[in-house]
Ligand binder design. Structure first.
Ligand code: ATP
Ligand code: MG
Length: 429
């Protein structure tokens, strides 16, 4: 048994091979049937001729429907007329299942395609996106493993929020209330006291009530936390990490990027260092570009889109006013109204893919900050303990992997970056 992709790479002309897969297209003309077969690695045209293979097999092949599963044996030849430059002259084979007519065709609505996502996933475009996604997940871990980070795991069911109550999912937990985690950050912070440099890839859950092109309610969150470093050093690690992931995709998924029609020129420019800009400067720039924004406005998707079309690399926005971000960000000692944080905005109109920064590590400052934001320190007593026993300066980040794939693949919606999207209106399939 051989993969179709191997045949397409050449060297099998004149040889007999067996392939296994699914019918991608099928048509008969006179005594010849052309079956385009798909497997995980590619598609190839297979030609069966009546009289040259057993009659009952020919009848079966002729009657196949799209997505029927089969195995074929035959001789490879180069043929520029075949869809992918090669074809197989069939000698024998076996049909695993001839199915009813496949429910997906070109003219289906977006909602319908989401309803049958479990079948739509088989499309060549989706297969390409999923291969790129696999590369990105692996490259993320590979980068941090090489940098001496430890791969760790936090809990998914938690008792307190990290990012704000409006997007919390509540779950019954025996006789208590629990929440699905919005971020593993606090747990990674606890783990730096033994491991110093840690990362995790885990789902985060956010009850995002608005429908946008870049929010899911369950997404894959790649987070890192590092002892002894500040905001700038954290950004330096992140820019190398993003360059590493994008280069891995360009190297390993050239065919997949071409298949989904992604222009790779902008991706080739993703090389560290990335520009940095303080929030204050960004607002001034935005005003000079004619955007209606003022100091203290949060950046929503529309603002980020309008801003990032002006950059051809990802850009770090730092020093947000503290009111715009969560309580744990460390104020800049030189300008205490601003915090030592960063968002990384992806270019081409995509916007935020990373949020990160330096954490407050002194107990008094953290308690003071919580009081001023009306947060009950009791709910965070274990988190405050981390500032009681051997506290150290530290920084971290969270990267939305689905967001990253959405940008790298140039997709319309983040829903197309994940096999089974969860959004405000969708929990199946
Ligand atoms: P946004 O402003 O886009 O909602 P956020 O500020 O809420 O993002 P963070 O809390 O900083 O995001 O989370 C870190 C990263 O997780 C984000 O930069 C983004 O890549 C990703 N992320 C956050 N919320 C979602 C979501 N609902 N769906 C997919 N990815 C998300
Ligand atoms: Mg959000």
């Amino acid at each position: 048994m051989i993969k179709i992709g191997d045949i397409l790479r050449g060297g099998y002309e004149g040889k007999e091979v067996s392939i296994r897969g699914w019918v991608y297209r099928c048509r008969s003309s006179g005594k010849i049937t052309f079956t385009v077969v798909r497997d995980s690695s590619g598609i190839i045209q297979c030609i069966s001729k009546e009289g040259e293979i057993p009659d009952d097999l020919y009848e079966q092949i002729k009657g196949l429907t799209i997505e029927s599963s089969l195995e074929l044996t035959g001789t490879v030849s180069k043929d520029t007329r075949g869809v992918t430059g090669y074809e197989i002259k069939v000698k024998g084979g076996k049909i695993y299942q001839r199915n009813e007519s496949f429910p997906i065709s070109r003219d289906k609505s977006e909602e319908f395609l989401l309803d049958i996502r479990h079948l739509w996933l088989r499309s060549r475009e989706f297969t390409a996106v999923l291969k790129i996604r696999a590369t990105a997940f692996n490259a993320f871990s590979e980068f941090f493993n090489r940098e001496g980070f430890y791969n760790v795991q936090g809990p998914m069911m938690v008792s307190a929020q990290t990012e704000g109550g409006s997007t919390l999912f509540e779950v019954p937990f025996f006789d208590q209330k629990a929440y699905l985690t919005q971020s593993s950050q606090f747990y990674l912070e606890a783990l730096i006291f033994s491991l110093e440099k840690v990362y995790t890839i885990a789902p985060s859950f956010r009850a995002e009530k608005s429908r946008t092109r870049r929010h899911l309610t369950e997404y894959w969150h790649a987070e890192g936390e590092v002892a002894w470093i500040g905001n700038e050093e954290m950004m330096q690690i992140e820019e190398r990490m993003i360059e590493y992931i994008v280069s891995a995709v360009l190297r390993d998924n050239a065919e997949d990027l071409a298949l989904i029609g992604r222009n790779v020129e902008p991706l080739k420019k993703v090389k560290a260092p990335f520009p940095r800009m303080k929030y204050r400067e960004l607002i001034e720039k935005a005003q000079s570009w004619g955007l209606n924004m003022k100091y203290m406005d949060d950046l929503g998707a529309d603002e980020e889109r309008a801003i990032t079309v002006h950059f051809d690399k990802p850009v770090f926005v730092t020093h947000y006013p503290q009111e715009l971000k969560a309580f744990y960000h460390r104020p800049d000692p030189e300008s205490p109204d601003e915090i030592l944080c960063h968002d990384l905005l992806a270019p081409e109109g995509c916007g935020e893919i990373i949020g990160g920064g330096e954490r407050i590590w002194e107990l008094e400052i953290l308690e003071e900050r919580m009081r001023s934001m009306n947060i009950d320190p009791k709910a965070y007593s274990w988190y405050l303990d981390l500032r009681r026993y051997g506290s150290v300066p530290h920084s971290g980040f969270g990267l939305g992997l689905d967001r990253l794939i959405w940008w790298v693949c140039g997709l319309d919606s983040i829903r197309d970056a994940i096999p089974f999207p969860r959004t405000i209106r969708r929990i199946t399939p």
